[in-house]
Design a protein around this ligand. Structure first.
Ligand SMILES: *Cc1c(COP(=O)(O)O)cnc(C)c1O
Length: 335
């Protein structure tokens, strides 16, 4: 899944535990680091790096933008590590990690990528692109319940780890590494999740990574086209890079949180609202994980009904689901 020869550490915790570990294990207080953000999860890197007392250079872009590799490369000169996000789940943007890696490489800084919502959903060639640390969690594209966090660690990142003096205990990479090299875990493992993960990984192995990525793009296309057919404007980019989350803007006078509540309470369908400054203004359909065509059609149909309850009428009744069905019929399934 990580497309790497590096060791992948597994700890009990949500994805943020792996993010936390990637600061605590690479940095000492006062170290210069770069955080590039254009949304809520990018800003989480900023909070963690600040909590550990690093000297943070924040390459800040507006929410919803794509990270600019050139700006990140410029800021990375003299930095110990650069922290970025692959799939910015709060906006639906998938950043170009390969281009960012190319920009960071000449500076010698270690590149750390938050792939919590994208690992196993979109391509991330850890070794080929030269990403030092990739962190992820079990509950998004990895199709498993929440509670496992992962970090793949390059040789150079292990060297930085040996120098890093940030306080750490539960998430110390050396502790996890010592146990894993004896096929053990340092602390009580969530056994049930590991069994679940094995099933998910076997599924991906059977399908193949490329077919899994193609499956995600196909679902995402239907979600985008369906949303547009409902007369709504996309917030996330209208192209195949947005394979994990489709975000769209609320029409004037409609509150996304109300639509969210209506969908959940009436139909048991849980979409996501906007985070931070986007709360109420956008909604998000997450299509990473164990999903098929019906999940998209159900989301679009439920959305139409819930919005109708709140007074919104699409240009043509049923147009969202119909458009999704049309696309599914046109492009054969990949898995
Ligand atoms: C969900 C998510 C996280 C946080 O993961 P938790 O498992 O909630 O700790 C971090 N980054 C991204 C991009 C995410 O989508």
């Amino acid at each position: 899944m990580f497309q790497t020869q590096n060791e992948v550490l597994v700890v009990a915790g949500s994805g943020t535990a792996a993010m936390d570990s990637a600061v605590a294990n690479l940095c000492s207080p006062g170290d210069r680091v770069v955080v590039a953000s254009a949304g809520n999860f990018g800003e989480r890197w900023l909070q963690i790096a600040t909590a550990y007392g690093t000297d943070v250079v924040h390459v800040e872009q507006a929410w919803g933008e794509r990270l600019d590799p050139a700006r990140i490369g410029e800021a990375a000169a003299g930095a110990q590590a650069v922290y970025v996000t692959q799939s910015e789940t709060s906006t639906g943007v998938v950043h170009d990690v390969q281009a960012i890696a190319d920009a960071v490489r000449p500076t010698g800084a270690a590149l750390v990528v938050d792939a919590v919502s994208s690992l196993g959903g979109v391509d991330l060639r850890t070794d080929e692109w030269g990403v030092d640390v990739v962190v992820s969690g079990s509950q998004k594209a990895l199709m498993t319940p929440p509670g496992l966090a992962f970090a793949s660690i390059s040789k150079r990142a292990w060297e930085l780890h040996a120098q890093a003096r940030s306080p750490r205990y539960y998430l110390d990479w050396s502790t996890a590494h010592r146990a894993q090299s004896k096929n053990d875990t340092a602390f009580t493992p969530p056994v049930s999740l590991l069994f679940g993960l094995r099933v998910a990984l076997e599924l991906v192995e059977t399908r193949g990574l490329d077919a899994t990525f193609a499956h995600n793009r196909r679902l995402a296309r239907a979600a985008r086209e369906g949303v547009k057919a409902l007369g709504l404007d996309l917030y996330s980019p209208d192209d195949d890079t947005s394979a994990m989350v489709t975000a769209f803007t609320m029409p004037d006078g409609l509150d996304g949180q109300q639509v969210f509540g209506q969908l959940r309470d009436r139909f048991g369908i849980v979409l996501a609202g906007g985070q931070g400054p986007l709360r109420g203004r956008i909604m998000r359909i997450g299509h990473m994980g164990y999903l098929n065509e019906f999940d998209i059609i159900t989301a679009l149909s439920g959305l139409e009904l819930a919005m109708a309850d709140l007074g919104y009428r699409p240009p043509v009744a049923g147009a969202g689901a119909a458009r999704a069905l049309e696309l599914f019929g046109r492009e054969p399934a990949h898995v």
